[in-house]
Design a protein around this ligand. Structure first.
Ligand SMILES: *Cc1c(COP(=O)(O)O)cnc(C)c1O
Length: 368
């Protein structure tokens, strides 16, 4: 690992492979594996992650929006790609690029059938999503007869799979609710299988579902955060390796007298002499203002240094009074220590948000 001479997000594909193999060890060899690579593969690099997942043997990929799937097709990714939240304006592109839409409502079903007819498709693969309690996207169980009637009238599309999404699979206190979601999904599967002339495959579990609910793996599992190295639980986290490290280096050191202030609006004033380090990343890179004023803590030579004052657009200042460090020295914003989860906790948020928030200005460096 090279020392950072600028702000970089290092992406470790060996760690990705480790996480993939750990997740695979939790599922049956007959269960398919879908890697979720939406939002630039949780803020990393969707193409590099997708290519590695293809190499290690993932069966499916998923993105949120069509353009994310197009980027993967343009990079030569050939395995099936599920588009989790397709918009009607992108249906032509979906078909042209062989992407597979989530069909989650009657409006979307009707519009997609029209698009498939326009492209003279036969049995175009689609995936039906059911709402079992997340109340976000999905048909409800009582829509089944309407759906199957509509499907019977057309040969343009074919339901490859049916799926749903768990609301709180990481939360043991919500076990009863999760079990009720699993039960509802079973009932939906039974009804669909009885109503269609063929049997679609089924999937429900996200990362925490894979870990906590082996009875809910069905025919495929969908993992995002686990691939990127987080188990949504301090004990499970030990089985994963965070794949990204956000690193930078010290641009400048300042020695301040007592009562001098740091940064915009003079948000920080020291009451004793301090040593500060200015770092070349800020809210335009994804370290938002919520990390300012001591909420975010970075790591320099193994020692923690809190962010002082307000986060600027392109810079943050940290207190390094107690740290023997120099201009040009490496700084870890998050990675192994602190982890993205720990860094995020300072601002009351979660790994998912801090990872996906790292802006495209930060250079991605792939290591393997
Ligand atoms: C994002 C997403 C996932 C991945 O969830 P993780 O908790 O990151 O494993 C799985 N399924 C759906 C429908 C999603 O939107």
């Amino acid at each position: 690992m090279a020392k950072a001479q600028e702000t970089v997000l290092e992406i470790n594909l060996n760690a990705l492979e480790h996480n993939y193999r750990y997740l695979k060890s939790k599922i049956s060899s007959k269960t398919k594996f879908l890697g979720v690579v939406k939002a630039y593969a949780y803020g990393s690099d969707a193409v590099a992650i997708a290519q590695k997942l293809v190499t290690v043997g993932a069966d499916y990929l998923a993105v949120a929006y069509t353009e994310e799937g197009v980027a993967l097709r343009n990079a030569g990714i050939k395995i099936p790609i599920l588009v989790l939240h397709p918009q009607i304006v992108s249906f032509d592109t979906i078909i042209e690029r062989c992407l597979e839409p989530n069909i989650y409502s009657e409006r979307i079903l009707t519009a997609f059938i029209t698009a498939a007819e326009r492209h003279q498709q036969k049995n175009y693969p689609v995936h039906l999503k059911f709402n079992t309690g997340l109340n976000r996207l999905g048909f409800n169980a009582h829509d089944i007869s309407k759906i199957t009637r509509k499907l019977a009238e057309t040969s343009t599309i074919k339901v490859l799979s049916i799926f749903s999404h768990l609301a709180a699979s990481e939360d043991i206190n919500e076990k009863e609710f999760t079990l009720s979601q699993i039960k509802s999904f079973h009932e939906i599967c039974t009804q669909i299988d009885a109503a269609l002339p063929y049997i679609p495959f089924k999937h429900l579990a996200n990362t925490s579902g894979i870990i906590n609910y082996p009875e809910a793996h069905f025919d495929m599992v969908r993992s995002g955060i686990g691939l990127y190295g987080f188990g949504n639980d301090p004990i499970e986290d030990k089985n994963f390796i965070p794949i990204v490290t956000l690193k930078t280096n010290i641009s400048q050191i300042h020695y301040l007298e007592a009562n001098e202030s740091v940064g915009y609006n003079r948000a920080f004033t020291s009451n004793s002499p301090i040593k500060t380090a200015t770092l070349p990343l800020g809210h335009a890179d994804g370290i938002g203002r919520e990390y300012g004023n001591g909420k975010g803590v970075v790591c320099i030579h193994g020692h923690y240094a809190p962010i002082i004052g307000n986060t600027c657009m392109d810079m943050i200042m940290v207190d390094v009074t107690a740290i023997g460090c120099h201009e040009g020295d490496e700084v870890i914003v998050f990675g192994e220590k602190p982890t993205a989860t720990e860094f995020a906790q300072g601002a009351n948020t979660i790994s998912y948000e801090v990872l996906t928030g790292i802006s495209q200005r930060v250079k991605r460096v792939i290591i393997e």
